[in-house]
Write a protein that binds this ligand. Structure first.
Ligand SMILES: [Zn+2]
Length: 150
């Protein structure tokens, strides 16, 4: 008879769950971001659900208004700067590469960084339903367009 000695390893300080085990709503936003189908300004404009692709969190005092891409949301959007800092700090811990060295698409396809990205998704509204068109402070008028969202 053999004893299974040494097989009982208890994990201390368990790591964050990978996307498959994260809560559903967070995981689905994560996968949408990964596939490029997240509800970003760029995606919604491309699917005719918004008249433009400007970031709806744009803050006239702190940024100039810009296309809402994944890159913008994960690196530049002023609204989520604290959450970005937290995510990139975790990535840098593992890779020694700061956010300037990354395309966010590369980050999303590598499971090693999923916990950091999931944390970001969980703590932001990135990829959630967009506010209705017209409730966003627009940098320029979108005159002549009567499309509403969705
Ligand atoms: Zn923004």
């Amino acid at each position: 008879m053999r004893l299974n000695k040494g097989y009982v390893l208890r994990e201390k300080g368990k790591p964050d769950p990978p996307p498959a085990r994260a809560e559903k709503r967070t995981a689905s936003r994560f996968y949408q971001l990964k596939s490029g189908h997240a509800l970003t300004g760029v995606y919604l404009q491309s699917t005719d659900n918004r008249p433009d692709d400007q970031c709806w969190w744009y803050d006239p005092e702190n940024d100039s208004g810009t296309h809402q891409t994944r890159d913008h949301l994960s690196k530049h959007c002023y609204k989520w700067r604290d959450q970005q800092a937290a995510m990139w700090a975790r990535v840098k811990e593992v890779t020694k590469k700061g956010k300037q060295k990354w395309h966010v698409g590369d980050l999303l396809v590598d499971e090693r960084y999923s916990p950091a990205v999931l944390g970001f998704v969980r703590n932001t509204h990135v990829g959630r339903a967009a506010p209705p068109v017209g409730t966003v402070r627009m940098k320029r008028s979108v005159g002549g367009c009567d499309k509403t969202y969705p």
